[in-house]
Design a protein around this ligand. Structure first.
Ligand code: PLP
Length: 234
């Protein structure tokens, strides 16, 4: 079994190579280690291997980990957020990748006000239009962002997408390219409070292609921690 330390090193080498191919530096890509279903000992090992950003997809599971992993990394929420858990999300996460509706935006604004916090977030776009996935459609994106621009407690920092699962990552290159194009088009509008500096795209199977297409944040679970055994928490 390769060690977590070794896996992290391999992923970092691949990040550096892909960044170089797109004319960027390795530091321009933030590696978020996805810790869903991963027990604390292994998360701690990833921390020791130099990981500074961790991603969880469920509030309940994150609650059991965030307090005990130390020194605390930057925690990213990468999964769908139910509005009734927005208060907890604002309290425990530093970055929310998965804002996928205006209603959720309004709820986060209210919860952030109550907690006297501002929330760094991304808007999730369902670029490929998959029925089983969350995210706004490309056509809904601009109307949503125009409204979110008025939400003072939300710092929209960019966009996120989850590409379809495919055997060959080249097949999803157009998905990543499309997300980048949407970010560029949005940027031109210069909406107050809306920045397009981050593109969260790419997972274990496709992060190199995503980086080549401009990813600034990649979310990697399996390539660091090995395959997840519990399909229910996928
Ligand atoms: C689980 C998950 C990942 C990580 O997937 P791997 O294929 O294990 O790297 C990334 N992003 C999201 C939104 C996820 O739910």
């Amino acid at each position: 079994m390769p060690s977590i330390e070794n896996n992290v090193a391999v992923v970092q080498e691949k990040i550096a190579a892909a960044a170089a191919r797109s004319g960027r530096r390795p530091e321009d890509v933030c590696l978020v280690a996805v810790t869903k279903t991963v027990p604390p000992e292994k998360i701690q090992a990833a921390l020791a291997a130099g990981i500074e950003h961790m991603g969880e997809s469920r509030i309940q599971e994150a609650l059991s980990k965030v307090g005990i992993i130390s020194p605390g990394p930057t925690w990213h929420l990468i999964g769908h957020l139910q509005r009734n858990k927005a208060k907890l999300a604002v309290q425990i996460f530093d970055f929310i990748h998965s804002v996928d509706s205006l209603r959720l935006g309004y709820t986060l604004q209210r919860r952030a006000e109550e907690s006297k916090r501002t929330v760094d977030c991304l808007v999730q776009v369902n670029v490929a239009g998959e029925r089983a996935k969350y995210g706004v459609s490309p056509a809904q994106l601009l109307p949503l962002l125009k409204k979110m621009s008025a939400l003072s407690r939300l710092n929209v920092r960019g966009l996120m997408t989850i590409a379809p699962y495919v055997d060959n990552p080249e097949k999803v290159r157009p998905v990543f390219r499309q997300l980048r194009k949407l970010a560029r088009e949005t940027e031109k509008l210069k909406l107050p409070g809306i920045r397009m500096e981050e593109l969260s795209m790419g997972m274990s199977g496709d992060f190199e292609v995503a980086i080549e297409e401009g990813a600034t944040m990649i979310r990697v679970g399996t390539a660091i921690f090995g395959s997840r055994t519990d399909p229910a928490t996928k």
